[in-house]
Design a protein around this ligand. Structure first.
Ligand SMILES: Nc1ncnc2c1ncn2[C@@H]1O[C@H](COP(=O)(O)OP(=O)(O)OP(=O)(O)O)[C@@H](O)[C@H]1O
Length: 563
């Protein structure tokens, strides 16, 4: 079972072009409309300038009205087109990031840690959404500025040169400043990753923080307080720089207007050209300011896009095509691990962990318990058996045949279960007769009074810990998969439900032809298993038959491995 390795992060420009490519028709339409609007506006400015210099004729006024209409229509179409474009790109980006997270091997998601993933989903994607929301305004402003330059070109080449010098000066100034504020925004973004951890602590640690005042003060002052202040200071410096550059850019416009006025007698350029230049400069001030205000948002979007590309490139793909059909393969005889080794590297001086299973068989239609001390590797073994972790070496065998990478998605469809750190979905995916079956199970597990189900959706999942776990059991059973896995399911059930689980539910599942793999510490009920796999320090130390098939079945002897 192999996955394609993580790729190096793509070049930013290539990434932007890749995102834009599917929308080229919309981009073309919006650009043409924006360009036409900008040119019409430039032409209208020239008519206004002409009308100021001489009396306006009726034809000129009609032409001016037509050009204004054309300019407005161009702006409208470009605005709507670019808004749609911005929104579609953001939607595509959101879908892509979610897809990459869903498609990545579980081990990588666990390695990335949820605060980092949440920071990308909530922070970076939203930063790009913010840029996307203003995208139409920026492109309209750009069309206006280009239209103004076009008018200057028609008006007089020296005036165009003045305009271009102004644009180049402003551009150089902004790009130098942009480099400085990119560094600051990047630093702030790094701090935001740490802030996500603190957010998680104040939400998930709500109980502990209310009980422990010194810890709460630590989180509040040294965690959230210190981090938010540092982010504010770093972002504040970046924005101060932006406003300084913005003010200088606007001042440049006035300086150029003054220079032209002062030099007018020496330039030998007639008055109409000079007034045209001044009108254009003052008109272009608004769009130029709008474009300048785009730069910090653009810088932040650039950082966000780089982070998203680095994250998604860092996530290897399993290559599972979930859109295709992946029926579960038949399961007739056994699941087995053959020569499986898997290891976790230790972090910060910790020793790491290695699982080493030369051979292990789980028989179809049996109840197998996996038992052992904390940290002995039971959950890791389960994740390998269910195809969630790919072992570093060795094979997972289904009915004696190795599960290939291509068959992995189908193989996983053989299982449902309740993990120790399960997630309770509020929609129950039960097949035909779903509602009736859900209600019957709710009755049976004493949940009918607290958790009603309507249209396959649970009215509430705000229940006690044990009740939530029973709901998770209902989810797992109603998925009708041939193999069910329970990781310490009964640990938080009361004695009655614990007994129901081991003495009634598990035997019923086996009776119905299901295979059950359960991690358990309940040695009182070990006799409920057909087979017990003992683990210690990442190895299977013994397998023995339980007492489940009592009534005359000769208990197989304890087989001690590696003794
Ligand atoms: N994602 C991971 N990254 C690094 N180490 C891990 C990871 N998951 C588990 N480990 C390490 O592997 C070892 C075995 O963990 P595992 O969860 O399989 O034990 P377990 O037998 O299920 O324990 P418990 O009975 O406490 O649930 C532990 O020492 C743990 O620190």
């Amino acid at each position: 079972m192999t996955s394609s390795p993580a790729k190096p992060p793509p070049h930013l420009l290539r990434e932007v072009l890749r995102l834009l490519r599917p929308f080229w028709q919309l981009i073309l339409l919006a650009s043409l409309a924006g360009g036409a609007g900008g040119l019409a506006m430039a032409w209208a400015l020239s008519l206004i300038n002409g009308a100021l210099a001489s009396a306006a004729s009726a034809g000129m006024l009609m032409g001016l009205a037509a050009l204004c209409l054309l300019s407005l229509a161009g702006q409208l179409i470009a605005g709507i087109g670019n808004s749609l474009l911005g929104q579609r790109i953001v939607a595509r980006l959101r879908q892509e990031v979610c897809h990459r997270i869903l498609d990545a091997p579980l081990a990588e998601i666990e390695r990335m840690k949820s605060p980092r993933l949440m920071a990308v989903l909530n922070g970076d994607v939203e930063k790009i959404a913010e840029f996307g929301n203003h995208f139409a305004g920026y492109t309209t402003a750009l069309a206006m500025v280009l239209g103004c330059l076009a008018y200057l070109f028609v008006l007089s080449v020296p005036m165009l040169c003045f305009g271009l010098v102004l644009v180049v000066l402003g551009g150089v100034l902004n790009s130098v400043a942009m480099r400085a504020w990119l560094v600051r925004f990047d630093e702030a973004r790094g701090l935001e990753d740490q802030l996500q951890k603190q957010y998680r602590a104040i939400i998930e640690g709500a109980k502990e923080l209310r009980l422990n005042r010194p810890r709460r003060l630590r989180v509040e002052r040294q965690g959230v307080g210190a981090l938010t202040n540092r982010i504010a200071a770093v972002n504040g410096r970046a924005y101060a720089l932006f406003w300084a550059v913005d003010t200088i850019s606007i001042a440049l416009i006035f300086v150029f207007v003054c220079i032209v006025l002062v030099l007018r007698p020496h330039l030998g350029i007639d008055n109409e050209v000079i007034t045209g230049f001044i009108i254009v400069m003052l008109f272009a001030k608004g769009p130029i300011e709008e474009l300048a205000s785009a730069l910090p948002v653009f810088s932040q979007a650039q950082i966000a896009l780089r982070r998203i590309s680095t994250l998604t490139a860092g996530l290897a793909e399993e290559g599972s095509n979930v859109a295709g059909r992946h029926p579960a393969p038949p399961f007739c005889d056994s699941l087995a691990l053959q020569g499986v080794r898997h290891s976790f590297a230790g972090e910060g001086g910790a020793g790491g962990f290695a699982l080493d299973i030369p051979h292990l068989t789980i028989r179809q239609g049996e109840i197998t318990f996996i038992v052992g001390g904390n940290g002995s590797g039971k959950t890791t073994l389960i994740k390998i058996l269910l195809g969630l972790y790919r072992p570093c070496s060795g094979d997972v065998l289904l009915d004696g045949r190795p599960v290939s990478a291509a068959g992995l998605e189908g193989y996983r469809q053989l299982f449902s279960g309740v993990f120790a750190d399960y997630h309770l979905f509020d929609e129950i995916l039960a097949g035909p007769g779903g509602a009736l079956r859900v209600n019957a199970w709710l009755q049976r597990l004493d949940l009918a009074g607290v958790a009603a189900a309507e249209g396959g959706r649970l009215a509430t999942t705000d229940l006690s810990t044990g009740q939530r776990k029973r709901l998770a059991f209902i989810h797992a059973v109603l998925e009708d998969r041939p193999i069910l896995m329970f990781d310490e399911w009964a640990a938080d059930q009361d004695p009655d439900f614990r007994a129901l689980f081991y003495r009634t539910l598990l035997p019923e599942l086996r009776q119905a032809g299901r295979t059950v793999i359960a991690v358990s510490h309940d040695d009182r009920y070990f006799d409920a298993a057909d087979r017990i796999v003992h683990m210690a320090r990442g190895r299977v130390t013994a397998t023995e038959s339980g007492g489940a098939r009592v009534a005359g079945a000769a208990a197989a002897p304890l087989v001690v491995h590696g003794a």
